[in-house]
Write a protein that binds this ligand. Structure first.
Ligand SMILES: C[S@@+](CC[C@H](N)C(=O)[O-])C[C@H]1O[C@@H](n2cnc3c(N)ncnc32)[C@H](O)[C@@H]1O
Length: 256
């Protein structure tokens, strides 16, 4: 089957799934969908904007459910560190973290980071902390924060990663952080994400680094795109795309 037909068929299978909680079937549908999106040469989908929006929401819910499932597995495991390595997208997170750490080192000499929208399985934050950063993890969802704290305690990382239950749109202390990473699922569409970026930009100290996860091409089915035109008041802004073809996110770096 041609990639685009396969992609559409999988997209409509996802739209028709009754439950998104991970099981063998749901995992296999999403894994095949991610592969088909990465393989397609086309930038667009032949589905209506309304279905595309529904699809993005379903992918976000499935991502969070997968994280909840794995946060529980890891914290209940007798060997949690080993169990974390079996998370199906572990290698992707590792690759994305090393790409982002490379960008951070290029732009900012500081060690305190806030990761906004860290989720129940805060792998990005864990990998940043393992590289020596002092990491604050922000999530508005109480259950995500509860699971993240349990998991970090079990992994012996709670002193290196602090969890903060807070809505990114209401947080007023961004200026305490020289480095801010904005997760891909914060802001449900382009407009909301860019509105949040504007508000962060006006609440940070001069010289701070903001890394906003974005995406491009067909990968937009998973996450909203950060429009660099909307972040005018900063000294530098550029989108960086990782070389690793299995990665879904690009990263917009802004220096305030
Ligand atoms: C599925 S997780 C993905 C993060 C992933 N674990 C990582 O390390 O990159 C996305 C999280 O973003 C959180 N989130 C979405 N909007 C937010 C907001 N406005 N403020 C804080 N957290 C938010 C959600 O509650 C969810 O737990």
């Amino acid at each position: 089957m041609k990639t685009n037909h396969k992609l559409l068929e999988l997209a409509y299978t996802i739209l028709s799934l009754k439950c998104l909680y991970p099981d063998d079937f749901v995992n296999s549908v999403f894994q095949r969908f991610v592969s088909a999106v990465l393989e397609t040469k086309s930038d667009t989908f032949q589905i209506t904007p309304c279905d595309l929006c529904k699809l993005r929401k379903r992918c976000a819910v499935a991502e969070k459910m997968l994280e909840i499932d794995w946060a529980n597995r890891v914290r209940k495991s007798v060997s949690p560190k080993k169990s974390l390595l079996s998370f199906p997208y572990y290698d992707n997170y590792l690759s994305l973290a090393s790409f982002e750490i490379g960008l951070i080192k290029n732009f900012k000499k500081a060690s305190k980071i806030i990761f906004v929208g860290s989720g129940p399985l805060p792998l990005s934050g864990i990998l940043l902390a393992k590289s020596g950063y002092e990491v604050w993890l922000m999530d508005r969802c109480p259950f995500a924060c509860f699971l993240a704290e349990k998991l970090l305690t079990k992994l012996g990382m709670i002193k290196r990663c602090k969890v903060l239950q807070q809505d990114a749109f209401r947080f007023s202390n961004y200026s305490d952080f020289p480095i801010i990473i904005l997760g891909a699922l914060v802001g449900q569409d382009e407009k909301e994400k860019n509105k949040l970026l504007q508000s962060i930009l006006s609440n940070t100290l001069k010289g701070s680094l903001i890394l906003a996860r974005s995406t491009w091409g067909a990968r937009r089915v998973f996450y909203p795109v950060v429009n660099t035109e909307w972040c005018k008041p900063c000294d530098f802004i550029e989108e960086f795309r990782p070389k690793d073809p299995k990665l879904v996110n690009s990263c917009v770096a802004c220096i305030v």
